[in-house]
Design a protein around this ligand. Structure first.
Ligand SMILES: [Zn+2]
Length: 165
């Protein structure tokens, strides 16, 4: 089974990238105390805690929860550390909303156009579109795409771009 995660609030960027890779990631908000995080982990059974906080990681371990204590503040290093634990499945790339983590739905160009949320230039230049049923965002292969691909390649993750255009 693919692991799922609960990321500490300070790991927003890592959470976003793991979602781009198709992982189910809940992100804590800053107001959530350690007790709250541990309670969610107990309730959600199996979700792995990602944190930079040694004290929190220690408490999670003592409560028999799964935890990965990240060694670095750098996103690159965090990803490389996680790649020791998780396997990237190309079929899962870009299947989740980076913003909220929900599973995206593929929609037709007509639906994208009718939403009024996709700029005309993007409608003209793209064929595939996705919609997040939870937060309502729309996605397509936009101008930021080459940067995302470059980043993934740097981490050793190759993307078959034909699947997304
Ligand atoms: Zn969303």
């Amino acid at each position: 089974m693919r692991p799922s995660f609960f990321a500490d609030a300070m790991l927003g960027s890592l959470a976003r990238w793991l979602r781009i890779m198709g992982y189910d990631v809940l992100l804590s908000d800053n107001s959530m105390a350690d007790d709250g995080i541990l309670n969610i982990l107990k309730k959600e059974g199996g979700r792995m805690l990602l944190t930079r906080d040694k004290l929190l990681a220690g408490r999670a371990l003592r409560a028999d929860l799964r935890v990965i204590l990240l060694d670095s503040d750098s996103l690159d290093n965090q990803i490389f550390q996680l790649l020791d634990y998780v396997e990237i499945d190309a079929a899962c790339l870009f299947t989740r909303c980076p913003h909220c983590g929900s599973v995206l739905e593929g929609i037709s160009k007509e639906e994208a156009e009718m939403s009024g949320m996709v700029p005309e230039g993007s409608l003209k230049n793209s064929v595939k579109f996705w919609h997040c049923p939870s937060c309502g965002r729309y996605y397509w292969k936009g101008s930021h795409w080459p940067k995302i691909i470059e980043r993934l390649r740097k981490w050793g993750i190759s993307v078959d771009e034909r699947n997304y255009s």
